[in-house]
Write a protein that binds this ligand. Structure first.
Ligand code: NI
Length: 171
């Protein structure tokens, strides 16, 4: 089990656009497993590779409740192929922005196409929390964060707070 360090704002790495995975090899499967370990350890329900400093289009998710059997999902090159017209409001958190919650309205259903850990193309139809989590993680692949949904004033306040925290840590 390998728990990787999670990058937090204001690290500019989080704004990078991630590159497609060219093929699923042992190193990619290992990365997916390490990302799952890292996500469960945090704990969180989703993690994108860029959050552990790897600019590849990989996300992992598991929305199972505590005590429920694990339902790990690992996706390479995920792409949204359909979004529902009904939206859902959810207060989202992010492992890269600890202790910040942002209320975000997103489509309540999503169909995502991706490559699984065996290299097979899969299509998944999700709704509710999983649909929200998929859209959140896919945002990371393009450098988007939940604070981007805030007003500029509020976003600047959050970023300033994290800048100060990282300065204090170094001091
Ligand atoms: Ni996040």
């Amino acid at each position: 089990m390998t728990v990787l360090p999670i990058i937090t704002i204001p690290d500019p790495v989080l704004r990078q656009i991630s590159d497609p995975v060219e093929r699923i090899d042992a190193a990619i499967v290992r990365l997916m497993d390490d990302m799952l370990d890292t996500m469960y350890d945090a704990p969180g329900i989703g993690l994108a590779a860029i959050q552990v400093g790897v600019p590849k289009r990989i996300v992992v998710l598991d929305i199972a409740d505590d005590g429920e059997p694990k339902k790990p999902l690992a996706m390479a090159n995920p792409e949204i192929v359909a979004l529902g017209s009904v939206t859902r409001l959810y207060e989202e958190g992010c492992l890269s922005i600890p202790d910040v919650r942002v209320e975000i309205e997103r489509p309540d259903t999503v169909t995502v196409r991706y490559i699984d850990r065996k290299g097979a193309t899969q299509e998944l139809h999700a709704d509710g929390l999983l649909a929200t989590a998929i859209q959140h993680e896919l945002d990371h692949l393009d450098g988007h964060l939940i604070i981007d949904f805030l007003s500029r004033l509020k976003r600047d306040m959050v970023v300033r707070r994290f800048k100060k925290m990282s300065r204090d840590e170094r001091a």
